[in-house]
Design a protein around this ligand. Structure first.
Ligand code: 4AD
Ligand code: MG
Length: 462
C-alpha cells in the first residue's frame, strides 16, 4: 500500500509491508548493501531505505539511484539497528522513474546559500529549509481560513484586475492588451484607452479592501485572501511585487474591535502552526533563528502593546538613538523606527493607532481632532509593519472631501460612495501581509525565501 513518509515515521510499525514514492536525498554504498534516504516532501525527516545485494538488478538500480532521482520502493518496515531512526524500509523492489546526473545536479550535500537556492528556484523545494518553509506556509494558510470560518466570516473573492487604486499611492502595475510598439493616442497625445481591452485603464490590484467593503455591507463579516501587487521599487528583504494579503472587513465594528480581531487572529495562527508543524518549527529554531519558539510563545501569551502614533513619536524622540531617517510628528514611521518600538522598547508586537491624516489613505476615518485618522498598524519585532488597518470613513461628505483632497478621480469611486448613501454603518478591517507573517513565524531573513516564486523588481524567473 502506498504511504506518505511523514505518516510512516509517525505511526509505522515493524513488519508492515508498504510502498513509498519520492526523491533520493543521499545514497551510501557499503560492501553488502546500500542505504538511501528518500523524501517525498511530507516531512523534514527522510525514510531510510536498505537495499540488500541480493535485490534483483542490484548493480543497475544502484547506478541509477543518485541524489535527486525519483524512485518507488516497496518492502517491509523493520526496526532500525542503527541510531537516528526507529524504523527503516527493507526494499524488496525498487523502481527508478527518473535518474539524476550526480555531476550536474545543482543540489549537493553541502549547505547552499539562500541566494544560490533562489537562482535554482525550481529545485529548492527539495532542500530541508525551503521544504519546511512551504509546509509552514501551507499550515498558516489553513489556520487563516479556519480562524475566519469558525467565526462565521465569508471568504469573498475580490478581483485581481481592477480600475481603482485602493491605496491611492499610484503603485500599480498596468494591465493592457494595447500594442506597446504602436500605442493609440488621442489628439492630446494621451493614450486612447477606449481602444484598450477594458476600454479604460486597468491595473493589478494593490488590495482587495474596497471590494471587501462592498461585500461586508451585505454579509457583515467577510475576508479576502489572495494575491496583491505593488509596483514599489523596493529592493528590501520585506517587499515583494506580488504578495498575498489577508483582509477581513467587518460591518458594525470600530477600531478597537478591529485591533481585538487582529490580535486574536495572530495568536490563533501561531498556536495552530506550532501544533501542526512542530518538527519544522523546531528546525527553524535550531537552524535559522534561535528566538523563533520564544517569539511564538511571546505572541500567544502576551497582550500586544497599544499606543498612539503621537506617543510613539514621543518615545522615539526620547530614545536618544541615532536613526537614519528623521523622527517628527507628521512623518511616516520608517522600518528602523518600527523595529525600535517592537524589538527594543516593548519587546513584543505593538499596535500603533491614530496616524496623521497626511500619511494615510483616503478611506481611513477622520478623527475628531481632524489631524489624525482611525488607523492602526501592528509592528512586529524584526519585521516592522505586519498589519495595516483602519476604521473606514462612513460619512459621505467627509469621504468625498478626502478623495478630492488626495487628487483622486472621484468618478472612479461612485460605487464606493454609494455604500455611504445606502445603509452606511461604521466598519473596519485590516490587511495582513501573508509572507511577512510566514517570515515572522519562521525567522527567515528574506521575504523572497518564503514564497515559492518571488516577484520583485527585475526578478521574474520561473
Ligand atoms: O498597509 P497596507 O498597504 O494596507 C492595505 O493595503 C489596506 N488596504 C489593508 C486593509 O485595511 N484591508 O498593506 C497591508 C499589509 C502590510 O501591513 C504588509 O504586511 C503587507 O500588506 N505589505 C507587503 N508585503 C510584502 N510586500 C509588499 N510590497 C507589501 N506591501 C504591503
Ligand atoms: Mg501600511
Amino acid at each position: 500500500m502506498k504511504r506518505r513518509i511523514a505518516e510512516i515515521l509517525r505511526s509505522g510499525q515493524p513488519d508492515e509491508s508498504i510502498m513509498v514514492q519520492g526523491w533520493i536525498r543521499t545514497k551510501r554504498e557499503l560492501k553488502e548493501f546500500a542505504f538511501m534516504e528518500v523524501n517525498d516532501g511530507s516531512s523534514m525527516a527522510n525514510l531510510q531505505v536498505v537495499l540488500d545485494k541480493d535485490l534483483p538488478e542490484y548493480e543497475n538500480v544502484l547506478k541509477q539511484s543518485n541524489t535527486g532521482a525519483s524512485v518507488q520502493v516497496s518492502g517491509v518496515l523493520v526496526e532500525s539497528p542503527a541510531k537516528g531512526q526507529r524504523i527503516e524500509l527493507k526494499a524488496s523492489e525498487i523502481k527508478v522513474f527518473g535518474d539524476s546526473d550526480p555531476e550536474t545536479y545543482p543540489l549537493q550535500k553541502k549547505r547552499h546559500s539562500f541566494e544560490f537556492l533562489r537562482a535554482i528556484g525550481h529545485l529548492r523545494g527539495r532542500t530541508n529549509t525551503l521544504g519546511a518553509v512551504f509546509r509552514v506556509r501551507n499550515a498558516v494558510a489553513n489556520a487563516i481560513h479556519q480562524f475566519f470560518q469558525e467565526r462565521g466570516f465569508l471568504w469573498v473573492h475580490t478581483p485581481i484586475i481592477t480600475a481603482s487604486d485602493c491605496e491611492g499611492a499610484g503603485e500599480m502595475l498596468a494591465v493592457t492588451s494595447l500594442n506597446l510598439k504602436d500605442v493609440p493616442r488621442l489628439d492630446s497625445d494621451d493614450v486612447d484607452y477606449s481602444q484598450d481591452f477594458f476600454g479604460k485603464p486597468a491595473y493589478l490590484t494593490v488590495s482587495g479592501q474596497l471590494e471587501a467593503e462592498v461585500m461586508a455591507m451585505a454579509f457583515s463579516n467577510v475576508y479576502t485572501f489572495g494575491p496583491t501587487f505593488r509596483a514599489e521599487n523596493s529592493n528590501t528583504s520585506r517587499h515583494l511585487a506580488e504578495f498575498w494579503m489577508v483582509e477581513p472587513e467587518m460591518a458594525f465594528c470600530d477600531l478597537t474591535g478591529d485591533m481585538d480581531l487582529a490580535e486574536a487572529f495572530l495568536k490563533y495562527v501561531f498556536k495552530s502552526v506550532l501544533e501542526n508543524c512542530p518538527e519544522d518549527m523546531e528546525f527553524f529554531n535550531k537552524r535559522i533563528d534561535k528566538t523563533v519558539l520564544e517569539t511564538a510563545d511571546n505572541i500567544i501569551n502576551n497582550q500586544f502593546e497599544r499606543i498612539s502614533y503621537t506617543k510613539a513619536v514621543e518615545l522615539l524622540e526620547k530614545s536618544n538613538k541615532k536613526f537614519e531617517f528623521p523622527v517628527e510628528w507628521g512623518l511616516d514611521l520608517q522600518s528602523e523606527h518600527e523595529r525600535y518600538l517592537a524589538e527594543k522598547y516593548f519587546k513584543k508586537p505593538v499596535i500603533v493607532t491614530d496616524y496623521p491624516i497626511g500619511i494615510k489613505a483616503f478611506y481611513m476615518r477622520l478623527n475628531d481632532d481632524e489631524k489624525t485618522v482611525a488607523a492602526m498598524d501592528i509592528l512586529a519585532p524584526k519585521i516592522g509593519e505586519i498589519v495595516g488597518g483602519s476604521q473606514r470613513e462612513e460619512r459621505l461628505d467627509v469621504l468625498e472631501r478626502r478623495i478630492k483632497a488626495q487628487g483622486l478621480d472621484i468618478d472612479n469611486y461612485w460605487w464606493y460612495m454609494d455604500l455611504r448613501r445606502y445603509g452606511t454603518v461604521e466598519h473596519a478591517g485590516f490587511g495582513l501581509g501573508f509572507e511577512r507573517l510566514v517570515q515572522f513565524m519562521t525567522g527567515m531573513a528574506n521575504i523572497r525565501d518564503v514564497i515559492p516564486f518571488p516577484r520583485a523588481p527585475l526578478t521574474i524567473e520561473f
